[in-house]
Design a protein around this ligand. Sequence first.
Ligand code: CA
Length: 221
Amino acid sequence: MVVQMAEILIVEDEPSINELIKKNLCLAGHHCTQVFDGDEAIALSGCEKFDLIILDIMLPGADGYEVLEQIRGTPVIFLTAKSELSDKLRGLRRGADDYITKPFQMLELAARVEALLRRTKKTEKYFELDHVRVDFESRMIYADGSPVDCTPKEYELFETLVKNRNIALSREKLLDLVWGFDFEGGTRTVDVHIQRLRAKLRLEKQIATVYKLGYRLEAPL
Ligand code: CA
């Protein structure tokens, strides 16, 4: 399901991966531009406007982090090998970015693209699921019309589930997105907050447990 047609810049030096991404995102209805090194990416993003950039980290010329510094304001999905998943990803600007580890499934990438477009689309002001309504501007959650008393972290966790709805999110991913890369606590923190959210919002079924992985908010498309 395509939320909107987007202009996407693909920055990946491996031609076969670049081509595969392009093919799949074009099939999903997006318009793609391909570049194969970091310097080209910086030059192009300076003169053209993109809705989203898919950015490999290890690139000839400027690397992914250097590119990121030059393209402020455009949402980015990093492509990274698991071994590169380090402190460096602290470079993520909360909310406007995401990452996906190689090797990845095309379906996963397409889902992340849709989620990030949805997240960065300015027009989404609220979201409704059954008796629950989230207002993104006031950062309030209502159940049956009454405000729900949530801590800031509970709110952020629910907003993250909503904006990535129908995508399975691992506990580690949720920790990264909600608590940040430098959070010292363990994944148990996520479980505790999920349990509280389920109880407070009465969304026991909709906030589904994904066996051995994490959680997914199940919402009709
Ligand atoms: Ca590369």
